[in-house]
Design a protein around this ligand. Structure first.
Ligand code: PMP
Ligand code: GLN
Length: 384
């Protein structure tokens, strides 16, 4: 007789798997899980084929290909005027998710508290629980999902070990201003509290606004992990390749965990990304306009629909408010209704909360789609 006890007994299957499976089952338009329905740049695909043919098929260095880490350092230097040592301060990982998990395990101990802003990406709280710590959920204030800093001040205590930030923010699209960061600095600078800044959508910021990385603030430099994902930036979510940046002392404890969580990332993918970034520096520079045009095409397509929305300032997600359309439905019921009756699958926002606000009638759609898909989405949503 085998007896096992789940470490995460309250957790089911992630919403992304559930909704993508539903879309497949109903043969519906899948705007739920965040991924592009268009191909990555052909030169990147060719670079991957070439890397495998050239023999990059065995383990790369555990911390990642040095030339790729140097490219990441160069980007931070140019954008944030921060000088990183690619050898001791950057690690390439098989996806941002693994980096998040390892960073949390590295600095959070049993009995600690970790502040998470809800709605939150769904991997944070389980990772905190696995560390034996307690997630302290603080709701962002909608409709613009800003932080109420008075609440944060009240929730910080001597057990607080880590604050998880996500800007640009999934699922709301909100981005942190310089003032937000300054408020955070004021609250934690004299305390033993680390920051995990999930910046996987760092290049998807619109309307001329700016992304502020945790690393651009000298006060946060010695206490912050910054997480990135090549999957979002290069339209290759299935390549699961990301990175973690942290000061030497934090990176040391991160790598102690990471070397046994995965040891290394995928070698030919790192070679291909490195080659592509070298050959096509314009790719990243073009990304804000590329995705802003998609966002604008999508919202143009739904302008005569009964959904209400604020254009998303960042990420490739747009939230839609259905409170005047079907106020009697919960967001989960609304997604079910849209899937079954209109063959369009979205994500209910309430699943990203520990305690969703009562009146929240929001669904999330992903606009990382080809024009044809965005037109079709507009037609469907206008008929609802
Ligand atoms: N953080 C956020 C906010 C995300 O949206 C995602 C997307 N999956 C991740 C982390 C994980 O990225 P990756 O696929 O590189 O693990
Ligand atoms: N980040 C993506 C999203 O928010 C999907 C991640 C996943 O499937 N785990 O939709």
């Amino acid at each position: 007789m085998i007896k096992i006890e789940s470490k995460l007994p309250d957790l089911g299957v992630t919403i992304f798997s559930v909704m993508s499976a539903l879309a497949q089952k109903l043969n519906a338009l899948n705007l739920s899980q965040g991924f592009p329905d268009f191909p990555p740049p052909p030169e990147l695909i060719a670079a991957l084929a070439q890397a495998t043919q050239q023999g990059y098929n065995q383990y790369p260095p555990g911390d990642g290909l040095l030339s790729l880490r140097q490219k990441i350092a160069a980007q931070f230097c140019q954008r944030d005027q921060v000088h990183l040592d690619p050898i001791s301060e950057i690690t390439i990982t098989p996806g941002a998710t693994t980096a998040i998990l390892c960073a949390i395990q590295a600095v959070v101990n049993a009995g600690d508290e970790v502040i998470i802003f809800d709605p939150a990406y769904d991997s944070y709280a389980p990772a905190v629980k696995l560390a034996g710590a307690q997630a302290i959920h603080i709701n962002l204030v909608h409709p613009d999902f800003h932080v109420d800093w008075n609440v944060v001040k009240d929730r910080i205590n001597e057990r607080t070990r880590l604050i998880i930030v996500n800007t640009p923010h999934n699922p709301s699209g909100a981005i942190w201003s310089k003032q937000d960061w300054q408020q955070l600095i004021e609250l934690i600078q004299d305390k033993n509290i680390c920051v995990l800044s999930d910046e996987v959508y760092e290049h998807l910021v619109f309307d001329g606004q700016q992304h502020y990385s945790a690393l651009s603030f000298p006060e946060l430099r010695d206490r912050s992990f910054v997480i990135g994902s090549f999957g979002k930036t290069f339209h290759v979510t299935g390549w699961k390749t990301g990175y973690c940046v942290a000061p030497q002392a934090l990176m040391k404890v991160f790598r102690q965990i990471y070397q046994f969580a995965n040891f290394c990332g995928v070698h030919p993918i790192q070679v291909a990304l490195n080659h592509f970034i070298e050959q096509h520096p314009e790719h990243i520079l073009d990304l804000p306009n590329f995705y802003q045009a998609k966002r604008d095409l999508f919202i143009h397509g739904i302008q005569h629909s009964k959904f209400q929305y604020l254009p998303s300032p960042g990420t490739y997600f747009q939230n839609l408010d259905f409170s005047t359309l079907r106020p009697e439905l919960t967001d989960i019921e609304m997604c079910q209704y849209l899937a079954e009756q209109h063959k369009l699958v979205a994500i209910p926002i309430s699943v990203f909360y520990q305690q969703p606000p009562q009146d929240l009638k929001l669904i999330r759609v992903c606009f990382a789609k080809q024009e044809e898909t965005l037109h079709l989405a507009g037609e469907i949503l206008t008929k609802v």
